[in-house]
Design a binder for this molecule. Structure first.
Ligand code: ADP
Ligand code: MG
Length: 488
């Protein structure tokens, strides 16, 4: 609201942005559902309008990402209509820390899609440090103009330490303290996907930028490097290309496994690598496998990769996974019960990216359905994430579930008794064990007091016949199947 005197005739900046935003909202409201409008647009506050750049304040990082993903083209069109074709959008994010101690913090984020920035990694948050410049269109290349292509969010502070990453993290930290001045050159960080290579490599870059502002840092994905190289070849700018990369003090190259089987790109990379290494410049490389397992690579290049230190990132253990979730929740201003956090951390145990994905889905579901996030909701969401992972229940678990259901003592399944209800429970347990586990018939038989495989086959057939003919029994089987798959 404007607090200025009413005698002013020209619209004041505050009135400008409020009017502009209200006009934009009117159009948006006509174009999306009321529910969507209430959820995603009513909480937004416009905060300023300067030179066609409208800044809006959103309640959380998640909220910002959601808008970018779902409403940006509508928002852009509407803004251009209201503010002209050069209109740009910036976000400000309120960090809700929930503890009431910290004042609200705001971050200005350049807009990925309406602004000039190109996001080199689709999974990464917004870029810091102004617009990204294409190295080839900077006339009279000056060092100072090189944008490091780093993300503010990828720092050591946000990279949770655990046994899984201690060596890589501390080597990275040492390199960041003294770039080019340790024996960790190159520093090679390797791991399977989603375990933090890009995050850690970027954290090194960000830390160097903070400590040594004079150093020219550049993060590049090798694929992008390769494309730049191909363009430079086409346009006859190969010398500019090499010259550009030789200016860098700290070169961070992500996903070098992409070099495999590309001799021309390996060659140019070799040239640049040698130049930088000889000038005591720092190289940080990431790879999805250890250097010795990289295939179709020039031996000279491989031997150089082995000069420094290789450190891997492993799957974080349960406690570290909890710590990672808690850190992300804090950063996004979300609060979840300990029970939910533990459930997610326990069940998603292969990949940090999936862990984050589950957190985002949980939040989205709870916002959209106005539902509290409890373990039930977490269960549903987590299922979508672990589907691809082969998980199995044990034969014992199936036996116990069946016994509990029919109220039969567990040991009876292994005995020779021919009592009808015990026989049925035994046969049904075998049938479920065959369908839910990868055990051989022989090994299933062993779990039932050492029965042989033909008994197991016979049991499975008997159950199948009953399922086909007895509706009440079929319902019991379905219920048991549900119980077992819930535990998966
Ligand atoms: P990679 O490059 O190995 O595929 P990323 O660096 O992209 O993996 O990590 C995937 C996601 O997991 C990122 O959002 C990253 O911030 C997060 N992440 C990975 N390891 C950690 C960690 N130790 N602490 C906090 N976040 C992590
Ligand atoms: Mg990566």
């Amino acid at each position: 609201m404007s607090t200025t005197s009413k005698t002013q005739t020209l619209p004041l900046p505050t009135e400008n942005y409020e009017t502009a935003w209200n006009n934009i909202l009117k159009i948006i409201k006509d174009n999306i559902s009321l529910q969507a409008f209430k959820t995603w647009f009513e909480p937004i506050e416009a905060v300023k309008l300067e030179k066609n750049i409208l800044t809006i304040q959103v309640p959380s990082q998640f909220f910002y990402e959601w808008i970018e993903e779902h409403y940006i083209s509508l928002l852009r069109k509407t803004m251009m209509r209201e503010l002209g074709k050069d209109a740009k959008l910036e976000y400000r994010i309120v960090m809700e820390k929930n503890n009431g101690k910290k004042p609200d913090t705001t971050i200005d984020l350049p807009n990925e899609k309406t602004g000039n920035n190109k996001n080199p990694d689709v999974n990464a948050p917004a870029i810091i440090g102004g617009s990204v410049k294409n190295p080839f269109i900077i006339p009279g290349l000056k060092k100072i103009n090189i944008d490091p292509q780093l993300y503010a969010a990828y720092t050591f502070d946000t990279f949770v330490e655990g046994d899984c990453n201690r060596l890589a993290r501390s080597a990275g930290f040492a390199v960041a303290q003294k770039p080019g001045g340790t024996s960790f050159n190159p520093l090679v960080i390797y791991s399977a996907v989603g375990l933090g290579k890009t995050h850690l490599a970027q954290a090194i870059g960000n830390h160097i930028k903070n400590l040594h502002s004079g150093k020219t840092v550049l993060y590049v994905q090798i694929e992008k490097f390769a494309n730049q190289f191909i363009d430079a070849m086409k346009n006859g700018h190969i010398n500019d290309f090499i010259h550009f990369y030789q200016l860098i003090d700290v070169l961070i190259v992500d996903d070098i496994q992409f070099l495999a089987g590309k001799p021309k790109i390996q060659e140019i990379f070799f040239t640049i690598f040698n130049h930088l290494h000889q000038s005591q410049k720092q190289l940080v490389l990431t790879s999805d496998r250890p250097v010795k397992d990289l295939q179709d690579m020039d031996e000279r290049l491989l031997s150089r990769f082995k000069w420094g230190l290789s450190a891997d990132l492993q799957v974080p253990d349960f406690e570290t996974r909890i710590a990672i979730l808690e850190k992300k929740m804090y950063a996004d201003g979300i609060e979840l019960s300990r029970e939910v956090v533990e459930f997610v951390a326990y069940n998603i145990n292969t990949n940090v990216r999936e862990l984050e994905g589950a957190l985002t889905s949980l939040l989205a579901q709870s916002v959209l359905n106005k539902k509290e996030i409890d373990v039930e909701l977490a269960k549903k969401i987590v299922k979508n994430f672990v589907k691809s992972v082969t998980r199995e229940v044990s034969v014992e678990f199936i036996q116990k579930t069946v016994c509990e259901f029919y109220q039969i003592p567990y040991d009876k399944l292994k005995e020779k008794t021919r009592k009808r209800h015990v026989v049925q429970a035994r046969q049904l347990s075998m049938y479920l064990a065959k369908n839910f586990t990868k055990n051989s018939l022989k090994s299933i038989g062993k779990h039932f007091g050492g029965r042989d495989h033909s008994t197991v086959i016979h049991s499975c057939q008997a159950v199948q016949n009953m399922v086909d003919t007895d509706i009440a029994f079929k319902e019991e089987v379905t219920e048991l199947e549900k119980k077992i798959s819930m535990s998966l």
